[in-house]
Write a new protein. Structure first.
Length: 328
């Protein structure tokens, strides 16, 4: 039996990726793609051979949805999913503020609906190998962590502080903070953040550097800037390095790629081809298994609240110009 799954909103850049992957999973029936108006969803729906519809119509026929809306619309769409008892996988970040994140988590915790965050890096083979080595004690006592999650500036609603909750910090803090929490079991205790708008004329930051302290005293440095050139052959990166008293280990989520160069035809002449296992595919398979009762989403809404607290502290640090204690 296939599981009826839908894409709820096409606003997020990953909506197209998820739709293409779900349409190819044999255990999934991609029943529809929804938006405020059918016209907005029709192009995406036609590309994968499914139907365009309203959010409410989708909730009435799907057992699970992947919510790919603007961040500020999460609250409304989550309530709609709860009303229809529909499982959902939510694009990050969970909300535009810590208070709203906690409210969403509380409402979902009081229901029986299956919920999870669309955080594919926990399914990355290099990250899983790094976690195994850390848990085996190969790193020794953790001294320092560094991470990068740089990408192209996405434009659109991502650069609207009202719809996104901020700029590059709001967009690119979640993945690496979540993966470091997952690997080490430590929480971020303090954040000092510096931001700037250097590459584009935007109302939000496109550069951010976070200097953090973990609960075991280790330092944690993260560059989550929109610093990848728009014409770059690959969208960005996702890497973590652990420095310990015994060894230093690192993992590169998207290191399995090669560059193809061609001097014929039109369009892109340099193209990066990723040939590793796709963590997005594993993320979606796990969501389907969760609906079937065979598994559980790797990243919970509780995890999302923890990273929302770090994001909140980072923006507070920018305002104050000094380190800020994370308030969970």
């Amino acid at each position: 039996m296939t599981v009826p799954i839908g894409i709820c909103s096409t606003a997020h850049v990953n909506a197209e990726v998820y739709a293409a992957l779900l349409s190819k999973l044999p255990e999934v029936d991609l029943v529809g793609i929804s938006e405020q108006t059918a016209d907005q969803a029709r192009k995406r729906a036609n590309a994968v051979g499914t139907s365009a519809m309203s959010h409410r119509e989708l909730m009435q026929i799907a057992e699970g949805v992947v919510i790919c809306s603007t961040t500020t619309a999460h609250d409304e769409l989550i309530d709609l999913a709860l009303q229809h008892n529909v499982a959902f996988l939510l694009e990050k970040p969970i909300a535009t503020s810590l208070a709203e994140a906690k409210s969403i988590h509380k409402r979902c915790a009081e229901s029986d609906v299956i919920t999870g965050m669309a955080m594919p890096l926990r399914y990355s083979h290099p990250m899983r190998q790094l976690k195994e080595r850390y848990e085996a004690g190969s790193v020794g006592e953790l001294v320092a962590v560094s991470g990068v999650n740089r990408g192209r500036m996405p434009g659109g609603w991502f650069v609207d502080p009202e719809l996104a909750g901020g700029g590059a910090i709001a967009d690119h803090t979640d993945h690496i903070v979540d993966i470091v929490r997952w690997i080490t079991g430590e929480e971020v205790q303090e954040v000092y953040a510096e931001t700037d708008t250097r590459f584009y004329d935007l109302p939000v930051e496109d550069v951010n550097l976070l200097s953090m302290t973990l609960s075991n005293g280790a330092s944690f440095f993260l560059d989550g800037s929109w610093s990848t050139p728009q014409k770059d052959s690959f969208w960005g990166d996702g890497r973590v390095e652990l420095v310990g008293t015994k060894s230093t280990f690192s993992a590169d989520c998207f290191g399995y790629r090669y560059t193809r160069v061609k001097d014929t035809a039109h369009g892109k002449h340099n193209e990066s081809i990723y040939w590793g296992a796709d963590p997005n595919n594993a993320l979606l398979r796990n969501f389907v298994m969760s609906i079937r009762g065979e598994s559980a989403p790797a990243t919970t809404l509780e995890d999302a609240v923890q990273t929302a607290a770090v994001i909140d502290a980072a923006y507070e640090s920018v305002e104050q110009g000094q380190p800020v204690t994370v308030k969970y």
